[in-house]
Write a protein that binds this ligand. Structure first.
Ligand code: HAM
Length: 432
């Protein structure tokens, strides 16, 4: 019976693994240089944890199951609830602010499509304990720091930024009730992802009043923060949220990344826990789904039974990012090649044991070394050495004296005959 891979999963052959490792190594390096420490949690959690405040969409996409004790569990679709749980658990002993990153493997039962799978990796950066918008600017900087490093310019990508706090106030001024907001955010988040009629139907379900619906659509077309300030009479929390957005853009300018950032009132986010600044990162041509997204979630830790402590962060998945880098020609040229320091070739069975011994000594001394499993013709083994990107090929065989070997530079073709002992010394191998 031929067994197929499960829909929406990926097999990582060595060439795919090279891409995955390169992406993740970059995420980790950039996280550390931005002052973040790594954490991780379990791959499955209690189902109810993801039902508290992640929103209906993610709950519908859960891979859930019962363990033998009848406990309802789910594979993690995101790591933010785990982060909230973990921080709450040790809140008194953790020094603030908490700046943590993680690269979890996540699971969502989405309809597989370009850039969306059922199993993927996601880079998460979060700051807990800072209510200043400076923390939001810092995490946005961190995302751009990475994307810029891999060669994506402001012509390639854009960070679209808005504020849920501002949107909430503006919607309330139209007559939307506080308890209608979550359902409305979920609909507004779908605005550019659904055909117009499907979106309108969704909106009508949530806001039956036509006049209010028109006002919402008018509001969602506003193009600048200035227009919001000039056209709407702002006061109280609405004014505060607009001040906050303006300060965020000032900070992004100071940080030197404002060319990547733009205001977009259409950014609402699908997850239910966001409370303030929200943003999503897209390819400039808007051909792909979001590369990443995040925002402020000041109530989540409290909702999880912890203290009232602010938090902000983002997640960037590996799928859309890899597609975009590939399309821009940025992926292959940056991938590290498989490289060997030495390939040990043996042309004579009588020397095979010496070849195996030398290979293992080189490996123990830290040199990346491979060898031929059988004594064979030199041309065949040189091809093997070159296929494996060996810098040098060490040749052992009857052509030379028994205490000698040939070291061939694979790039220049130059070769020299060296005494065994001298070679071992050169390679800093213990001669005992
Ligand atoms: P999210 O918007 O659900 O946010 O996901 C963030 C990113 O993860 C997406 O933009 C996308 O790149 C990737 N992603 C999501 N679903 C899939 C999928 N099915 N296949 C491939 N990639 C996917 C969150 O998950 C938040 N927890 C992020 C966050 C961290 N907010 C604050 N801190």
């Amino acid at each position: 019976m031929k067994i197929q891979p499960v829909k929406g999963t990926r097999d990582f052959y060595p060439e795919n693994m090279a891409v995955r490792n390169w992406l993740i190594d970059g995420w980790k390096r950039v996280s550390v240089r931005n002052g973040f420490e790594e954490y991780d949690g379990p791959i499955f959690e209690y189902l109810k944890m993801f039902q508290i405040k992640s929103g209906d969409e993610i709950v519908e996409q859960l891979f859930s199951f019962e363990d033998r004790g009848g406990r309802k569990l789910a594979l993690r679709p995101e790591i933010t609830p785990t982060l909230a749980r973990m921080v709450n658990q040790k809140i008194n002993s953790l020094s603030k602010p908490i700046k943590w990153f993680s690269v979890p493997r996540l699971f969502r039962a989405e309809r597989p499509q370009k850039g969306r799978l059922r199993e993927f990796f996601q880079w998460n950066i979060d700051i807990i304990g800072v209510d200043d918008v400076l923390a939001d600017a810092e995490v946005i900087f961190c995302a751009i720091d990475y994307l810029r490093e891999v060669g994506l310019t402001s012509d390639d990508i854009v960070v679209k930024i808005s504020s849920r706090k501002m949107l909430a106030e503006l919607l309330k001024s139209i007559g939307i009730k506080e308890n209608q907001l979550d359902a409305l955010y979920a609909a507004l988040d779908k605005r550019n992802k659904l055909p117009d009629d499907a979106f309108e139907e969704m909106l009508e379900e949530r806001v039956p009043d036509k006049d209010k619906r028109n006002k919402i659509i008018e509001l969602m077309a506003v193009e600048s923060i200035k227009l919001i300030r000039d056209c709407l009479k702002l006061s109280g929390p609405a004014e505060e949220s607009v001040d906050e957005l303006e300060r965020l853009f000032d900070l992004l300018n100071i940080m030197g990344v404002s060319d990547y950032c733009t205001f977009d009132i259409g950014i609402v986010r699908g997850l239910a826990y966001y409370t303030g600044i929200v943003y999503e990162i897209y390819d400039k041509a808007s051909e792909l789904r979001a590369i990443g997204g995040g925002g402020r979630y000041d109530n989540l830790l409290k909702l999880f039974g912890g203290p009232d402590i602010p938090a902000t962060g983002f997640g960037i998945g590996d799928c859309v990012l890899a597609i975009l880098l590939e399309e821009k020609g940025l992926l292959q040229k940056q991938l590290p090649q498989r490289k060997l320091d030495y390939f040990v070739a043996c042309t004579d069975d009588a020397y095979w044991e010496a070849a195996v011994k030398l290979t293992m000594k080189l490996r123990t001394a830290g040199w990346k070394t491979n060898f031929s499993y059988k004594a064979a013709k030199l041309t065949k083994q040189l091809k093997e050495a070159s296929d494996q990107n060996a810098r040098r090929c060490v040749i052992i065989g009857s052509e030379i004296e028994s205490d000698q070997l040939i070291v061939k530079n694979m790039a220049t073709g130059e070769q020299e005959v060296v005494k065994f002992g001298k070679f071992l010394q050169q390679c800093q191998i213990d001669l005992r």
